[in-house]
Design a protein around this ligand. Structure first.
Ligand SMILES: [Zn+2]
Length: 278
């Protein structure tokens, strides 16, 4: 049996949460919608919050219709269905079309299936080992871009707003492209670029616990170093996902004090799944 417990919270001061967490039967998922920077077009009349809710619903439907199918195929079907949901008013070829990271875990009795697309990691307790399933292509693509931007612009001469505008434009050009990064948006092919697999729930290598996180929560380990991955799972087990988010908010507030003007708060989501042997 799978026990699920989750918390999701928008960044302080923001009304809309562009993260989304869902459970449909044996399927648990976390989506992190890409925020649209002020002043940028998307070609879409709906927006990121609509996109993540719609995509979650479509993933649920696809999985209900084809419970035995691979998660990649179901995600591709869901992305395709959301294309139609946009209707005629949206330009789905727009480089800023709404997008979301995806982390999925499906309970299968004696095994779990998982899928990770873009930077929402899955943390798995396999007993002796903690495995983190992550998709680092966005991070790699961004590091490449920063390197290029430095070479092109040199040290100065361009104001921060212009640099930001260029960075967003460059990032959009890398979306869902070979040598770029893959994310759920308008192209169903992205699903086949996800990191996906199956792990046992029986035997010595079995999955004991799992956490699905958006980067607003995984930053507890990756950015703030509050604890390691096993300690993060222990916190989720002993106290719960809301406590993880509370600690992230404290770390963000401390950071904001130390580096005024420097980014940032983020929507944060954590889901804990515990597996009891039958
Ligand atoms: Zn739209």
């Amino acid at each position: 049996m799978m026990r699920v417990c989750s918390a999701s919270e928008p960044a302080p001061g923001r009304l809309e949460n562009e993260d989304h967490v869902f459970q449909y039967g044996d399927l648990v998922g976390v989506l992190d919608g890409a925020t649209v920077p002020d002043g940028f077009d998307t070609g879409c009349v709906h927006g990121p919050t609509w996109y993540v809710r719609q995509l979650a619903a479509r993933i649920g439907l696809a999985t209900a219709e084809r419970p035995a199918a691979a998660l990649t195929g179901n995600l591709a079907a869901a992305i395709l269905a959301v294309r139609a949901d946009h209707g005629d008013r949206c330009d789905l070829d727009h480089p800023g079309t709404p997008s979301a990271t995806v982390a999925l875990l499906r309970y299968g009795g004696d095994h779990v299936d998982y899928l990770v697309l873009c930077d929402s990691p899955l943390v798995l307790d396999l007993g002796a080992q903690i495995r983190v399933v992550s998709d680092d292509r966005l991070r790699t693509a961004m590091a490449d871009l920063r390197q290029k931007a430095l070479t092109v612009t040199g040290a100065g001469g361009v104001d921060q707003a212009t640099r930001f505008r260029r960075a967003v434009t460059l990032q959009r050009q890398q979306m869902n492209r070979t040598h770029g990064y893959w994310v759920a948006a308008a192209n169903p092919d992205a699903a086949y670029h996800a990191v996906a697999g199956t792990l046992p729930l029986r035997g010595p290598e079995r999955v004991r616990r799992a956490a699905l996180l958006t980067d607003g929560a995984s930053c507890a380990v990756e950015r703030f170093g509050l604890f390691d991955w096993r300690e993060l799972l222990d916190l989720l087990t002993d106290v719960g996902p809301a406590e993880l988010i509370r600690q992230v908010r404290l770390a963000e507030a401390n950071d904001a004090q130390r580096h005024p003007g420097f980014k940032r708060y983020d929507d944060a989501t954590a889901v804990f799944c515990g597996f009891d042997p039958e």
